[in-house]
Design a protein around this ligand. Structure first.
Ligand SMILES: [Zn+2]
Length: 162
């Protein structure tokens, strides 16, 4: 096609394996991303045709496309007046969460909340971070992580493996 676009389609399965489609030769290549735990090291994967995938690009693609249904108990803290609420995280991605409040609360879009919940992975990772509210539908709140790097590797593991 003669395109120099670096856009890559990335598919992930539950074993931590992602399938990359080479933009140069269109061959599919599977790599196990679960082993790329050290975010500091720039790691590359090479296609048979010579094209080099940057793991950062792969991570960026996963961030955009991967979202997982969850059922995790947690709490939120309203920074505004320090009131707390009980919630259930109903889905999770690299960039944010969607949660259901246990009780009606007048949370507004743009509001910053502290959220705390524990992943049901082997390490029982506690996520304790800030989010900004993006949308609200009844008891359902969609929110983005203020610092999406804070739990990146844990989230990659969790989203792919559990
Ligand atoms: Zn290739």
């Amino acid at each position: 096609m003669g395109s120099n676009s670096k856009t890559q389609r990335v598919f992930a399965n539950r074993q931590g394996e992602v399938t990359l489609v080479c933009p140069n030769c269109s061959n599919a290549k599977s790599i196990n991303i679960a082993k790329y735990r050290s975010a500091e090291i720039q790691i590359q994967a090479r296609c048979g045709c010579g094209y080099i995938f940057e793991i950062d690009d792969i991570r960026n693609n996963l961030r955009k496309f991967y979202r997982k249904k969850t059922n995790l108990n947690g709490t939120y803290l309203r920074v505004r007046d320090e009131t707390k609420g009980v919630m259930k995280v109903v889905d999770l991605s690299y960039t944010g969460i969607r949660f259901k409040m246990e009780k009606e609360d007048d949370i507004e879009t743009g509001e910053i909340l502290g959220v705390r919940f524990i992943l049901n992975n082997e390490k029982k990772t506690e996520v304790n971070t800030s989010v900004v509210v993006k949308n609200k539908q009844g008891y359902l709140i969609g929110a983005e992580f203020c610092n999406s790097q804070a739990y990146e590797m844990e989230l990659i593991d969790y989203l792919l493996l559990y």
